[in-house]
Ligand binder design. Structure first.
Ligand code: UD1
Ligand code: UDP
Length: 353
């Protein structure tokens, strides 16, 4: 059996890898490498347990560090793993430092790279994730684009060979998760929430957290919503809130980040979602929940074009204006595929490897 090394490291990558690894293992010897970029129980282990992802074969335990130290740490440790394992392919997901590091070292060792979630762009190279995407796409041998827009972005950069429009594996994961979530979690009852009676918020992008004014503006805006705001916080955001002793308005229910089943139940029952997460933006769309994205740009333009997602600046006025605006929710399309992206991706890999 040929060998594939899959590299994951951050919360959304565990979720994306779940449906793909399930299929990969029917045809290949998969070595699952966890870089250790995310390591808290509720940022890592919970997803392996809930989504039945096999325990990582290798954990590089790189932990948190500056971009350079984290990326270099992964490169250094992964090089040894790839020397030992000699895979036919390295599979990477999304746009994190784990993605960048794995694609750089695999490409340097002349091992083909498959990039799942290729072609996404914000067209702003000051965003760390944009650097990671652009470099990863340039180095990848096989590019799996989740949307038609992503294919177009690659074409306009001259990347045309081995580009496949397969749909979004995050949508595959969502469909799978929804089958179990209802019976596996009672989070709505525990938090005393009524369906459509609350807003769900997540904020974690460096642009909204490391800039304290932005985070303060966002929390102030959420505090003026005329409904409860359930806010599971990413550890990056918690750190900034704690170190600044930021006051949390009474209508905001702040809690540690929750597991996948809990989160998708909270999403699917929310009246509205406020986020800066790429994954949450498109889950909101797929679940038909109106969304405010607090970021200047989005790579998931379809969600905005169809009217379900509106961009707001990290200012209290901009968020409240958007909150109070009317959404035209008459258009909804299957931009993210039909839930078979993982199968399509592995079928394509089988043709080449
Ligand atoms: C990373 C990705 C981002 C992705 C996000 C998913 C990069 C450059 N960014 O951002 O694209 O949207 O993951 O959630 O790769 N921390 C903990 N415990 C953990 C993990 C992180 O306490 O288990 C804290 C640490 O203080 C760390 C900070 O969160 O310094 C940021 O973590 P890091 O992985 O560097 O970036 P994310 O903001 O999570
Ligand atoms: N998510 C979760 N628990 C939470 C917040 C988010 O399980 O408390 C899931 C969410 O359903 C989505 C993914 O995490 O599938 C998004 O990850 P994140 O926002 O960390 O990263 P991004 O998508 O912005 O890269």
């Amino acid at each position: 059996m040929k060998k594939i090394v899959t590299v994951v490291g951050a919360r959304p990558q565990f979720i994306k890898a779940a449906p793909v690894s399930r299929v990969i293992r029917d045809f290949y010897d998969e070595v699952l490498v966890h870089t250790g970029q995310h390591y808290d129980q509720n940022m890592s282990e919970v997803f392996f347990r809930q989504l039945n992802i096999p325990h990582p074969d290798i954990n590089l335990n790189v932990g948190s560090a500056s971009h350079g130290e984290q990326t270099a740490g992964i490169i250094l440790k992964l090089e040894k793993v790839l020397q030992d394992e000699k895979p036919s392919l390295v599979v990477v997901y999304g746009d994190t430092n784990s993605t960048l590091a794995a694609s750089v070292i695999a490409a340097k060792m002349l091992i083909p790279v498959a990039h799942i979630e290729a072609g996404l762009r914000n067209f702003d190279m000051s965003i760390q994730e944009e650097i990671n995407r652009v470099v990863t796409d340039k180095l990848s041998t096989y590019l799996f684009a989740p949307t038609k827009t992503a294919v177009k972005n690659l074409t306009s950069e001259g990347i045309v060979s081995n580009v496949f429009h397969t749909g979004d594996v995050m949508y595959d994961a969502l469909l799978y998760g929804l089958q179990c979530a209802q019976s596996c979690s009672d989070i709505l009852i525990r938090l005393n929430l009524v369906s459509r009676g609350y807003c769900l918020a997540t904020i974690h992008r460096a642009e909204n957290t490391d800039n304290y004014d932005n985070l303060r503006n966002i929390i102030a805006a959420l505090g003026q919503f005329d409904e409860r705001v359930v806010f599971p916080i990413h550890p990056r955001t918690k750190k900034v809130i704690d170190s600044n002793n930021l006051d949390i308005p009474d209508n905001i229910l702040l809690m540690p980040a929750v597991g996948y089943f809990e989160f998708i139940l909270l999403e699917s029952n929310a009246r509205m979602i406020v986020t800066d997460s790429g994954g949450v933006q498109r889950e909101a769309y797929c679940l038909k929940v109106p969304c405010i994205t607090i970021f200047p740009t989005t790579s998931w333009v379809e969600t905005v074009e169809d009217g379900w997602n509106k961009l707001a600046q990290a200012s209290t006025a901009s968020i409240l204006d958007t909150y109070n605006s009317t959404y035209d929710l008459s258009r909804h399309n299957s931009h993210f595929g039909n839930g078979n992206a993982a199968l399509e991706i592995v079928n394509i890999i089988k043709e080449y490897i």
